[in-house]
Design a protein around this ligand. Structure first.
Ligand code: AMP
Length: 285
């Protein structure tokens, strides 16, 4: 596996690959790789001639400076893992390589999509995501780009970004990989204390409980139940729970005649902010 740190080198390398007719699969990550990332990389390796993974803890998408500083960085271990899943090129630039400019960042606007959930609760987050994804798409020029449902709203933002800027890339989305107790795999999980780690699966439990109530209770009552359930777990502070349209991510007020919903939750578990979601088809089961 080739490791590239410079913008000009990745540009040249990708240009040569494109000229020789190779297809490029791309998995953008912030590193501290786990099975959630690895499934995306394996899929890319299966479906493309060349797989590029980027590892870049993107400063512009963090609205909390501690979260940025404490974000796990495990590049040596990540590099070893990448060799086992068929990754061909690791692009791991320094921040100054990606953000050499001193002037203000571009501003994106995603309308209603960023007015809810992560957009509403993390000001500037999706602007940072849009900037880094745009830069990386320009540099890597992938045919296919792989993202996880774990960050459902991010997938919707990237879809809108691809359409809005006419990126010639196919967006591929894979389901959330979980621990045996239901906790969604996340790089941030390594920051949980043993007690917090025990409390963390309550997010998924709350989503599954909400799922069972969709046909019986109103949205307000389901929200109250989720709030009660998580309120009883020590160290867990609910930030939001939403029942949303899976495509637009807009809140659903009335569950009658609804086919499919996204149940989305964000909570602080001790000092670590975690998110999770499940998609539920109300016509099944
Ligand atoms: P991150 O490194 O957290 O920015 O994630 C990089 C990519 O991996 C994003 O598209 C995430 O949605 C995806 N991802 C992270 N965790 C998981 C997971 N548990 N299951 C599926 N995809 C994930």
């Amino acid at each position: 596996m080739e490791v590239i740190e410079q913008v000009h080198t990745i540009r040249e390398r990708v240009q040569a690959l494109r000229c020789s007719g190779k297809t490029i699969g791309f998995v953008p990550t912030m590193g501290a790789l786990h099975e959630g990332h690895l499934q995306l990389l394996r899929a890319s390796a299966r479906e493309n001639d060349v797989t590029v993974c980027s590892i870049f803890v993107n400063p512009t998408q963090f609205n909390n400076p501690d979260d940025y500083t404490l974000y796990p960085r495990t590049l040596t271990q990540d590099t070893e893992l990448l060799q086992t899943v068929g990754c061909d090129i690791l692009f791991a630039p320094a921040a100054a390589e990606i953000y050499p400019q001193q002037h203000a960042l571009l501003q994106f606007s995603f309308g209603p999509l960023e007015a809810v959930m992560e957009g509403a609760n993390r000001p500037g987050h999706f602007n940072g995501v849009a900037i880094i994804v745009s830069k990386l798409f320009h540099l890597v020029q992938p045919h296919r780009a792989y993202f996880g449902q774990k960050d459902l709203q991010q997938v919707a933002i990237v879809r809108q970004l691809i359409q809005g800027l006419s990126f010639h890339v196919q967006l591929v989305c894979f389901p959330t990989v979980r621990e045996e107790d239901g906790l969604a795999r996340s790089s941030r999980n390594t920051r949980l204390s043993p007690a917090q780690r025990q409390a963390a699966p309550s997010l998924h439990k709350a989503l599954k409980m909400a799922e069972t109530q969709l046909k019986h209770l109103t949205v307000a009552d389901i929200k109250a139940q989720v709030s009660d359930l998580l309120g009883q777990v020590d160290g867990v502070e609910l930030e939001y729970f939403e029942i949303a349209d899976p495509a637009t991510l807009q809140p659903i007020a009335d569950l009658r005649d609804v086919q499919e919903v996204a149940l989305c939750v964000a909570a602080a578990v001790g000092p670590v902010r975690l998110i999770d979601n499940i998609l539920v088809n109300l016509n099944e089961g």
